[in-house]
Design a protein around this ligand. Structure first.
Ligand SMILES: NC(=O)c1ccc[n+]([C@@H]2O[C@H](COP(=O)([O-])OP(=O)(O)OC[C@H]3O[C@@H](n4cnc5c(N)ncnc54)[C@H](O)[C@@H]3O)[C@@H](O)[C@H]2O)c1
Length: 373
C-alpha cells in the first residue's frame, strides 16, 4: 500500500468535520495521516489538537515551515483562497481544498497553472479531479453508444427548509445569489460543465414561497453552453416528498437520453442509491437500453483522498485530471449567476485569461461567505 500523505488541516469550522469524519475515519484514513491543525481562532486549533493528539500550529507559516508536512487541507472561506494556495505550493506543499474554489476566476486559473508548473497537486471536492462514477458512466455511454453531442440537460435538487431571517449572509442576495442554487446547486453546475463543456451565457429565475428570509427559497439557473446545448440547475428549499438532496439528472444527446432516479433512501431521507438509465438508438435504428446502480458514496462532490495520495506520490496530475480552465470556468459561472441576479438579465461569460496576482486584490463580486450545504 502507498504511504499515507502527512497533512495539516487549516481552517477548522467545516474543517473540524473533515478531520473527524473524513481523515480520521473512512473515507480518507488509508490515504491521509493527520499531523496537525491550525485556525486563526487558536481555541479551535487547541481543542482539536488536544482531542486528537496532533500538533497545534500557531500560524500558516509554522505549518509551512514544518518539514514533515507534505500537504495542507485548506478549509478556509473561498474569498482569497487562491492567494493562500499560492503561498502553500510555493512552500513546496500540496493542497486538498473545498468548493467553491475561489471567487476570482482569473486568480483561480493563475494559481492552478502555477501548481502544474511546480508539480504541486491541488485537488478540490467539486469539481473533483476525476469524474465521479455517475458522470464517468454517462461519458462512457456517450462514447460507447455514439450518442452524439448533448442537446439538453436538467439537474435538480431539493429539500424542505423553512428558515427565518437572522441577519447572516444567507439573508443578503449579494452574498448568497439565487440562494438555493448557490447553496445546493453548485455540485450540479460543476457536473454539467464536465458533461457539456463551457457555458456561453446564464440567466436566473427565483421566487420566495415559504422562507422567512429576504433571499429566495426556490431558484433556477439557465445555462447556454458553447456547443449549443441548453441546461438548467433547479434547487429548492420548498419540497418534501420524503427524499432530500436527490440531485436528479436528465440529459438528452442527439441519439440517446440518460436519466437518474433514486432507488433507496436513508432513514433521514438522504439519498442512498440511484439508478442511472440509458435509452438510445443503435446504428440500425434499434432501441438499446442499459442501466447501472450507484451508491451515494460514488456520486459527485466527494473528496477523492486516494486519488490525491496517488497524484502526490507520483508528483504529477492524474491521467485525465480536470483542466485548470474548467475549474476556473465554474467560478465564472457562479459570478455570472450573481451578476444576472443583480441586473435581472442574461449575462454573457467573457473569455478567461489568467493573470499574475497583483498586490492589491480585486474587489470581490460578493463579500466573503459562509456556506452551509
Ligand atoms: N460539503 C462541503 O464540502 C462543504 C460543507 C460546508 C462547507 N464547505 C466549505 O468549506 C469552506 C469553509 O466553510 P466554513 O463554513 O467552515 O467557513 P467559516 O467562515 O464558518 O469558517 C472558516 C474557518 O476558517 C478559519 N480561517 C479563516 N481564514 C483562515 C486563515 N487564513 N488561516 C487559518 N484559518 C482561517 C476561521 O477562523 C474559521 O474557523 C467553504 O469554502 C465552504 O464552502 C464545504
Amino acid at each position: 500500500m502507498k504511504k499515507r500523505i502527512k497533512m495539516a488541516v487549516v481552517g477548522l469550522r467545516f474543517g473540524e468535520y473533515v478531520v473527524e469524519c473524513q481523515i480520521l475515519g473512512q473515507p480518507g484514513m488509508d490515504a491521509i495521516e493527520l499531523v496537525g491543525v491550525f485556525d486563526l481562532d487558536a481555541s479551535k486549533s487547541s481543542k482539536i489538537a488536544q482531542k486528537h493528539a496532533v500538533r497545534q500550529y500557531a500560524s500558516l507559516d509554522e505549518v509551512l515551515g514544518d518539514p514533515q508536512v507534505e500537504a495542507v487541507g485548506l478549509f478556509t472561506p473561498p474569498n482569497g483562497r487562491a492567494e493562500l494556495i499560492r503561498k502553500i505550493i510555493r512552500a513546496g506543499k500540496h493542497v486538498m481544498t473545498t468548493k467553491p474554489f475561489e471567487q476570482d476566476a482569473a486568480d483561480a486559473l493563475a494559481v492552478l497553472e502555477e501548481a502544474r508548473a511546480l508539480n504541486k497537486i491541488v485537488h478540490i471536492n467539486s469539481p473533483e479531479p476525476l469524474p465521479d462514477a455517475e458522470t464517468a458512466q454517462i461519458l462512457n455511454w456517450q462514447e460507447a453508444f455514439q450518442l452524439g453531442q448533448p442537446v439538453s440537460v436538467r439537474w435538480e435538487t431539493y429539500t424542505r427548509n423553512h428558515e427565518q431571517a437572522d441577519g447572516s449572509w444567507y439573508d443578503d442576495p449579494a452574498q448568497c445569489p439565487v440562494a438555493p442554487v448557490f447553496r445546493l446547486g453548485i455540485y450540479g453546475i460543476n457536473q454539467l460543465l464536465r458533461l457539456c463543456g463551457k457555458v456561453d451565457a446564464v440567466n436566473v429565475a427565483h421566487s420566495r414561497l415559504f422562507t422567512g428570509r429576504p433571499t429566495p427559497d426556490n431558484g433556477e439557473l439557465s445555462l447556454q453552453f458553447e456547443n449549443g446545448a441548453l441546461g438548467s440547475v433547479f434547487a429548492s428549499f420548498c419540497i418534501d416528498d420524503g427524499q432530500r438532496y436527490a440531485n436528479h439528472l436528465c440529459i438528452h444527446f442527439t441519439r440517446g437520453t440518460v436519466r437518474s432516479e433514486v432507488t433507496q433512501t436513508f432513514d433521514n431521507h438522504d439519498m442512498r442509491a440511484k439508478k442511472l438509465s440509458l435509452q438510445a438508438l443503435d446504428s440500425e435504428g434499434r432501441v438499446v437500453t442499459r442501466s447501472v446502480n450507484l451508491e451515494s458514496e460514488q456520486l459527485n462532490g466527494k473528496y477523492q483522498w486516494e486519488n490525491f495520495r496517488d497524484a502526490v506520490r507520483s508528483g504529477q496530475p492524474l491521467a485525465g485530471e480536470i483542466d485548470p480552465e474548467l475549474i476556473a470556468h465554474g467560478v465564472q459561472v457562479i459570478n455570472a449567476m450573481c451578476e444576472a441576479d443583480q441586473q435581472g438579465r442574461l449575462v454573457v461569460i467573457p473569455e478567461l485569461h489568467s493573470r499574475e496576482p497583483s498586490t492589491e486584490r480585486p474587489v470581490a463580486m460578493y463579500p466573503p461567505v459562509k456556506i452551509a450545504t
